[in-house]
Structures are given as structure tokens and as C-alpha cells.
Design a binder for this molecule. Structure first.
Ligand SMILES: [Zn+2]
Ligand SMILES: [Zn+2]
Ligand SMILES: [Zn+2]
Length: 951
């Protein structure tokens, strides 16, 4: 017998946690190492191989634009997609993910323009296209690296890009489908036109911003007989007054429109009778400084049909026309009409057979004016010259300095005001007959078959499709896919020859769209090609396709191209602005070519804003850069932030919020660390305890784990990642850290290593770890894999958690045992009653630790509460952290409640486990410890020792 052991010697016999899982994650340094490990494992391919033959779940990637580093919106988008793909993979689906990029289009061409400067004018289109291609490829590579850094899994080495030969050929093939099936026509049309970017804009590319315009009231003198309007006007000098905020359109003025049903009046002022709409007479008197002008005649708008007026400064007759879009909201009810510069004007001009006279060139300059003073000026700069002219002619009725600030269309790229301008453009006709229906109607019908999340998306896109004009698909630029149509040099008709078209597609397949620029028509066309008119000379159309047509054809270019990806996709998910963008153009391309929507479900996300709800901008200094966060805090923090927000709403981000997410990460990490540390000496194959033989508390925790796992899986199924986040945090913090892991310490540390009660706890902890690691893997992809590598070895398990599947609930807890959570619910709820008594004792200075106390529970054994406590009596000391729990039956007590009391524990303190027991020294070999610790020491072959001398 040796001398009494030092405290440290007894302590060394405790089973303290052991794990290589560090408390400090050091994510910025460790994440890149894990990425390299995944890369050398060929993880994406191994996941694909493991799921081969399973039911497919296809998320089709909407291509980001390759013209800059990624921002937080990109990170949100790609992480959401990654959560979807990974959770579907772990749910057992074969869920491939092929990322893509949108590479053509104006922003890149403009950047390259800026870079090339004047040099561009001398460069041939092929060289410009090469420069654009290099620019796009550079940013594609940068973004790819950044997305990979965020832990997003996908086929990164073989993504899709709209500038690949194969994709360019598929775009052309899609265009030809529309062209050959009668959807496409070329026509003069008023389109929104950016004079800065010198291109037509799609509806989706126009945004409304405030703009200040001149406001002019202009006199148009009547040339035809005044008596035809009203007898009272016979022999008088008569005029009408138009109001416009675009004086620059007056040179193209061809008509004045009146509403047929509106009442018009003639206001007598200074010897002239001015015709205006009656409801606007008062406003016009005020604006034109004729406050007292009396009404001398009244007549319906129909009387003005085909009246003839004199243009205010050109030698031109102006026709009176009728139109029901004339309103009495503002102006005079007499609308100056320039068919070249307005959609309504254009339609009315067609109806009345007016020519489309236009003078404004691509750059927005007034041209061919016949030497007018505004010749060569940009339209906005021509306004003052035209106003001056009106003043000189005595045609301006208000002040030349009057202005109006109003909502005005602007270019979404350069934010400059846009104009409406008639140009020759290519269109897809929305009313093209399709079967018994129309293109537009089939698209509307298909929208109803798609699941929209949030649900308002359905109405939004329906309204857009229902009211949109024909789709203008042409742009007058270089960096894109040409509308590869041959036009007859004699009659200007486009060649319609499917065999020729197919040969051009084949050429694009091998050479890309550059082929259109590289070869003459003599190379591209068979020698004997003839126009319907008999002519055999052709020129190439040099317009390119709208980029929305390109990305809208991705279901064909990407999904049709591989059998494993065949459309329709299960999910498209992008920002909420894509109802007018990619969701829209994809729907139209697919409905036109296949008659069906390309997707089964569409989910949209909100904007990323700062905590005050403001957009992020350099000038506000509130930009949260995902790459910077990844480098400083870890990609895991970006991912966890994405999971923390409901992406359907606008989401807030800031340094502050990222730090808070980082704190939550640390808590989750600590939970895993405790789990791993507690099972450091546990081997599932030899130490696991069957569920039915486990301790009741352990059974309860597994039942709870199964319930939480079910809840989290349902949240994943519904893409409610924020619910996953909250359920995980709550479970880890409230049920594990604050309760289960805390109360287990005694059993884990002080029991003999191989005691069934300790192995029971370890079996539960192992199962919880195996469950949680899978449940967090789609979100905390790096950490989950780190945990996975440190979990106890299991034969035949997957090399990465990302190949594994979610656990089923009954693999965690037999389904017939889930009901124990009901009884335990009462036991857990009553715990606080015991804890508050212990706390009171400690506060009163009677004890230092709860282990120095005994808890007495008094109640009526016929009541549910005491019955449940009796059922789990042996677990109560552990649950309360007290050394002893005594249950007192009081049959007179209220059946609906129990009472707790705490007092000093019986017996003596065990030197090893610090519990108070009445069996300390019952094993003579180890006189300072309790019987339970003595059996642990026996199992550990601890040398016998003598009792210390009494002091
Ligand atoms: Zn622009
Ligand atoms: Zn011809
Ligand atoms: Zn003990």
C-alpha cells in the first residue's frame, strides 16, 4: 500500500475528452487545404458516381455575367444553389450541377471599347471580338476561383459559357428554329434606344429614374376650313396647342392626336381660337398665360379627324388624327405625334398611312435636317435650338425656360436617359400561332404549371408575358452571336433556306460565331443560291442577338446537350428581377421551341442590403465583400450567413452581422468538439450499446435527435435554410450544450471507461455526431468534412461526408420509441424547479457546488408529474447535477404539481468524482473515493493506497 495519491494522480484516472478537432478553427488557412484535398480526391466526380442511377434532381445554373469579381449577391445566389444541390445529394438524389457564365453583350464590349479607345475604329471585328473574349475569360476564371473558394461544388472544370463554340452554335440553332417556324420578322419599329451605347434596349434593360425636361406648349395653326369644326369658328384664325417634354421630336412631328369621345373647346385669345380638351382648358389657360380666354366653340374630338394643321417651323402639313390613348391627365388633350419616336405614335401613324420620317441617327444626333440650326446636335442638346426656333416663329405659348422633373426611362447599363427611335429590328412575334393557340397564350398556360416560390412570382411573370410587346431580338453591336441571315442585295428579302442555315450552324460548331465575321458570303453560301426574286447576290445581316435570347436558350445549349441533364430542370433560382430577365427569356425560348416551360419550379431571392436597408456601395462604405470575409473569417462564415437569412426576402449583411454569425459558428464548432472529445475512446463496432439497453436519458436524447433531424430534413426539402440554421442552433445550444452535454460529464469522465452506462452515453453522442455532421454538411461543408475525418472509424464508410446520405429518423431512434419524448418532456420541464432550489442554497452560502447538495422532490404519486419523475428516478441526480435525489410520497399533496427542496447532501465527498455519497471508503484499497469510483480504479489497475492521516 502506497501513500495517499496526489490530486493529480486521481485526476489522471478520469476519462477526459480527447480529440484532434481544434477549438480554434483557423478557417482562412484550413479551408484552402481542404479544397485541395477534395480536389485530389476528385470529390465532385465521386459524388456523381455514387449517385449514378438514382432519381435525378436538376438545378440549372443561371449564368452570372463575366465582367467583374463576385459580390455578395453572387455569393448568396451560389450558396443557395449549393445548399440545394448538396441537400438533394444527401437526400439520395443524383443532383448534378453545371455552373455557367454569360459572356457576350454590351457591358464587356463597352469595357473593351474603353480600353481600346480610338484604336477600335481601325480594328476588324474579329480582333475586337478576340479582345472581348479574353476579357470575359479573365473574369470567368476569377469568378470560378472565387466560387470554388466559397466551397461551392460543381463541374467547375467543365462549366458552360455562352461564348463556347458549342453554345454559340446552339444559340444560332435556336434562332433558326424561331426563324424557320414563322416567329421572326424584321420591321421598322420604335424601340428604346441608348444613344450612349448606340443600341436598342430590351424592355428589361430600361429603368425609370428622375429626369428634368423642357416643358413646351406649341401652337399648330389650322390650315383646313375652321367651319368644318364648328360654325362659330368660320372665318377665324384657329390653332391647336400641343404639349411636349421632348421638343427634339418636333422635327419628326406628322400628326396631332385627339380623343374621339372627348369634348374640345376653342379658347379665344389675341385674335386666335385655340383648340384644347375641355377638362384641360383651365390648366392650359394658366400655362399659356391666357387666363381670361373665353370659350367660343365646343365640339367632339371626332370633328378634328383629318383636319390639317401647319407644322410650327417646317414646311409640312400636320394631320389631325383620332386615338383613344389620349388622356386628360396632363397637357392639352392634343397630342403631337411623331411616328418615329413613340410606340403609340407609330401605331397611329400606321393606321393613318403616315410615313415614318426620322432624322435621329444611332448616336442620337439630328441629321439630314436640310440645314436647320439644330443639325448635327445630340437630341438633348437640340432642345434649346428648337425652343429658340419656336419662339422666333411665335409658336411657343409658354415660357421658354419652363421645365418639368418626371420619371423618365434610362439605360440600365449607363444610366443615361434613353430615347424612343424607329429602327429596323428583328422581332419574335408574341401572337405567332402555335397549334390552336398563340405563342403568348401557350407561355401563359405553361406559367400555371410551374411552382413559383414565393408565390407572387407567378402573377408577376404572367403580367409581364401578357402585356409585353413583340420581342426585339436584334442589337447593333459586335460581341455576341450574329443573326446569321443572308439578305438579298437586290430586293433586301432575307433568305429562308433550312439547309443553308444548318450549314452555318455546323460552321459555328467548329469555328464559333467568329465564322460569320471571318468568311464572305461566297464561302458561307453554296454557289447556286438564289433569292426568290432571281438575284444571286447576298449580304450578311450584321446585327447580333439580344443576350437574353442567348441565356434564355441555355436549357437547349446546356441541358439538351447531355442526356443526364435533359430538360426540364427541377429548379431555376435567381434574384427576383429575373422574372423580366432569365426566367422570362428561358420560358419564351423553351415554349417557342418545345411548347413547354424549361423548369418545374422557380425560386427567387431578394437583394443584399446593409443593416439599414440600403444598397451596398463604395461611397456608403457598407460593402460586404464575400471574398474578403472568406479570407478573414472563413468561407464557412459566408455560407452560414446565407443559411441564417430567409433568401426570399431582401437580406441584410454587414461586418457586424458577419461577426455575429462567426460567434454562432464557434458555438456549433464547440458542440462538435465536445462530441468528438467524448467519444475519443469509443469504437462503434465493439462499444456500441443497443438502443433498448441504453440509459433512459440517452434514449430520450436520441429520440429528440430523430425529431430534430426530421424537422431539418423537411426544412431542406422546402429550401427553408434559415429554419435549418435556427433548428441547428437551438438544438446545439439549448438541448445539447446547456443540458445533455453538461449533465453527461460525470458519467463520461468518472465512470469506468468500459462501464455500460458510459458506453450508453457514448453511443448516443456518437449517433448524435453522425447525425449532426450530415445535417450541417450542405451548409458547413468544410467543418462537416473536418468532423467526418475525426469521427470513430466505421468500416466501409464514405471518404467524405459529402458522399454520405442524410440519416433516416429510425436509424437514430426506433420509431416505436419516439413516444418517450412525451414523458421526458415533463421531466425536463420540471428540472428548473430543482435548479432554482440549488441556486438558492448556493446563493445563501450553504454550498459551493450543486454536488454538495441533495434534492428532495415531494408530490402525490397518483399525479402524472411525480409518476414520470419516479420512472426516471435513477437519472435525476445526473440531470440536476446534485449528489442525491430523494422522492417523498405525500398522498395529501396536490396531484397537479410537485415541490422541490435542496439541502446538504448525505455522506462524504469522493476525492475523485466530488460527489457526496455514503459509500466513500467502502473499498479499502481506495479509502478516499466512492464505491463507483473504486470500481473505476479497479478497472484501471490503479495501485492501492492508504487513507491520509486525519488533520
Ligand atoms: Zn446606355
Ligand atoms: Zn431578292
Ligand atoms: Zn466517486
Amino acid at each position: 500500500m502506497s501513500a495517499p495519491p496526489k490530486e493529480a494522480a486521481l485526476k489522471s484516472t478520469l476519462n477526459l475528452p480527447q480529440t484532434a478537432f481544434a477549438m480554434k478553427a483557423n478557417l482562412p488557412a484550413n479551408e484552402p487545404l481542404r479544397l485541395a484535398a477534395w480536389d485530389s480526391l476528385g470529390l465532385y466526380d465521386r459524388i456523381r458516381a455514387a449517385r449514378a442511377g438514382r432519381p435525378r434532381y436538376l438545378l440549372h445554373d443561371g449564368p452570372p455575367y463575366a465582367n467583374g469579381a463576385i459580390h455578395l449577391g453572387h455569393a448568396l445566389n451560389k450558396c443557395i444553389k449549393d445548399f440545394v444541390v448538396k441537400s438533394k445529394t444527401m437526400a439520395g438524389f443524383d443532383a448534378p450541377y453545371v455552373p455557367g457564365w454569360d459572356c457576350h453583350g454590351l457591358p464587356i464590349e463597352i469595357k473593351v471599347d474603353e480600353h481600346l479607345g480610338r484604336k477600335k475604329l481601325e480594328m476588324d471585328p474579329l480582333a475586337v471580338r478576340r479582345a472581348c473574349r479574353e476579357y470575359a475569360q479573365k473574369f470567368l476564371d476569377i469568378q470560378r476561383t472565387q466560387f470554388i473558394r466559397l466551397g461551392v461544388f460543381g463541374r467547375w472544370q467543365q462549366p458552360y459559357s455562352t461564348m463556347s463554340h458549342q453554345y454559340e452554335a446552339a444559340i444560332l440553332e435556336s434562332f433558326y428554329y424561331f426563324y424557320e417556324h414563322g416567329f421572326v420578322y424584321k420591321d421598322l419599329r420604335p424601340v428604346s434606344w441608348c444613344i450612349h451605347d448606340r443600341t436598342a434596349l430590351a424592355e428589361a434593360e430600361v429603368e425609370y429614374e428622375q429626369h428634368t425636361s423642357p416643358s413646351v406648349y406649341v401652337r399648330y395653326l389650322l390650315k383646313s376650313s375652321p367651319a368644318d369644326l364648328d360654325g362659330a369658328l368660320a372665318g377665324r384664325r384657329v390653332a391647336t396647342i400641343i404639349w411636349t417634354t421632348t421638343p427634339w421630336t418636333l422635327p419628326a412631328s406628322l400628326a396631332v392626336a385627339f380623343h374621339p369621345d372627348l369634348e374640345y373647346v376653342a379658347l379665344d385669345h389675341d385674335g386666335t381660337a385655340y383648340i384644347v380638351a375641355e377638362p384641360l382648358a383651365e390648366a392650359t389657360r394658366a400655362a399659356c398665360n391666357m387666363p381670361a380666354a373665353p370659350i367660343i366653340a365646343r365640339f367632339k374630338g371626332t370633328a378634328l379627324d383629318r383636319a390639317v394643321f401647319q407644322h410650327p417651323f417646317l414646311d409640312r402639313d400636320i394631320l389631325g388624327v383620332l386615338a383613344d390613348y389620349v388622356t386628360t391627365d396632363q397637357g392639352t388633350g392634343c397630342v403631337h405625334t411623331a411616328p418615329a419616336h413613340g410606340v403609340d405614335d407609330f401605331r397611329t401613324g400606321r393606321k393613318y398611312g403616315l410615313p415614318v420620317t426620322f432624322y435621329v441617327d444611332n448616336a442620337g444626333r439630328q441629321s439630314n435636317t436640310g440645314g436647320m440650326p439644330y443639325e448635327g446636335l445630340n437630341v438633348f442638346k437640340s432642345n434649346p435650338e428648337i425652343i429658340k426656333l419656336l419662339v422666333e416663329k411665335g409658336a411657343l405659348l409658354n415660357s421658354p425656360t419652363d421645365q418639368i422633373t418626371h420619371s423618365y426611362p434610362h439605360c440600365w447599363r449607363c444610366h443615361k436617359p434613353v430615347i424612343v427611335r424607329a429602327t429596323e429590328q428583328w422581332f419574335i412575334r408574341m401572337e405567332t400561332p402555335v397549334g390552336d393557340s398563340t405563342f403568348r397564350q401557350v407561355a401563359l398556360d405553361e406559367i400555371k404549371k410551374v411552382k413559383w416560390d414565393p408565390a407572387w412570382g407567378e402573377e408577376r411573370i404572367s403580367n409581364m408575358i401578357a402585356t409585353r410587346p413583340d420581342w426585339c431580338i436584334s442589337r447593333q453591336r459586335i460581341w455576341g452571336v450574329p443573326i446569321a441571315v443572308f439578305l438579298c442585295e437586290k430586293c433586301n428579302l432575307p433568305l429562308r433556306n433550312p439547309a443553308v442555315n444548318a450549314s452555318v450552324v455546323a460552321r459555328f460548331q467548329s469555328e464559333g460565331a467568329d465564322a460569320w465575321y471571318a468568311h464572305d458570303t461566297s464561302v458561307l453560301l453554296p454557289d447556286d443560291t438564289e433569292c426568290e426574286c432571281g438575284h444571286s447576290g447576298f449580304r450578311k445581316e450584321m446585327d447580333i442577338l439580344d443576350v437574353w435570347f442567348e441565356s434564355g436558350a441555355s436549357w437547349h445549349a446546356v441541358l439538351d446537350a447531355e442526356p443526364g441533364l435533359a430538360p426540364p430542370a427541377d429548379l431555376y433560382t435567381e434574384g427576383g428581377d429575373q422574372h423580366r430577365g432569365w426566367f422570362h427569356s428561358s420560358l419564351l425560348c423553351s415554349v417557342g421551341m418545345r411548347g413547354v416551360a424549361p423548369y418545374k419550379m422557380v425560386a427567387t431571392s431578394g437583394w443584399t442590403l446593409d443593416e439599414q436597408g440600403r444598397a451596398m456601395s463604395k461611397s456608403l462604405g457598407n460593402v460586404v465583400d464575400p471574398v474578403d470575409i472568406a479570407n478573414r473569417l472563413g468561407a464557412e462564415i459566408v455560407r452560414l450567413w446565407v443559411a441564417s437569412v430567409d433568401f426570399r426576402e431582401d437580406v441584410a449583411a454587414s461586418e457586424n452581422l458577419m461577426q455575429r454569425v462567426s460567434d454562432n459558428y464557434r458555438k456549433l464548432r464547440n458542440t462538435f468538439r465536445f462530441l468528438l472529445g467524448s467519444i475519443g475512446d469509443f469504437s462503434p463496432a465493439t462499444n456500441a450499446i443497443p438502443f433498448k439497453q441504453m440509459q433512459p436519458l440517452d434514449q430520450y436524447m436520441l429520440a429528440r435527435t430523430a425529431q430534430v433531424a426530421e424537422r431539418i430534413r423537411r426544412a431542406y426539402d422546402d429550401f427553408e435554410f434559415h429554419r435549418v440554421y435556427h433548428a441547428l442552433n437551438e438544438f446545439c445550444n439549448t438541448e445539447l450544450s446547456a443540458l445533455y452535454l453538461d449533465v453527461l460529464k460525470d458519467r463520461l469522465y468518472t465512470f469506468a471507461p468500459d462501464s455500460p452506462a458510459r458506453r450508453s452515453a457514448q453511443t448516443a453522442l456518437w449517433c448524435i455526431a453522425e447525425t449532426l455532421v450530415r445535417l450541417v454538411a450542405p451548409i458547413l461543408s468544410f467543418t462537416a468534412d473536418e468532423v467526418w475525418q475525426l469521427l470513430p472509424a466505421v468500416e466501409g464508410r464514405e471518404p467524405s461526408v459529402h458522399i454520405a446520405e442524410f440519416p433516416s429518423a429510425d436509424s437514430i431512434c426506433p420509431s416505436d420509441s419516439i413516444s418517450i419524448t412525451a414523458k421526458w418532456g415533463i421531466v425536463i420541464a420540471l428540472r428548473s424547479g430543482a435548479l432554482s432550489q440549488l441556486e438558492a442554497l448556493r446563493a445563501g452560502g450553504k454550498i459551493g457546488k450543486a454536488l454538495e447538495a441533495k434534492v428532495r422532490v415531494t408530490g402525490n404519486s397518483k399525479g402524472d408529474q411525480l409518476r414520470d419523475l419516479i420512472a426516471y428516478e435513477s437519472a435525476l441526480p445526473e440531470l440536476y447535477g446534485a449528489s442525491q435525489v430523494e422522492i417523498v410520497h405525500d398522498e395529501k399533496a396536490d396531484m397537479g404539481t410537485v415541490t422541490f427542496a435542496a439541502s446538504l447532501a448525505d455522506g462524504a465527498k469522493c476525492e475523485r468524482c466530488w460527489r457526496y455519497t455514503t459509500d466513500v471508503a467502502s473499498e479499502t484499497k481506495y479509502p478516499t473515493v466512492c464505491a463507483r469510483c473504486a470500481s473505476a480504479l479497479v478497472a484501471l489497475n490503479f495501485p492501492a493506497y492508504t487513507a491520509p492521516e486525519p488533520k
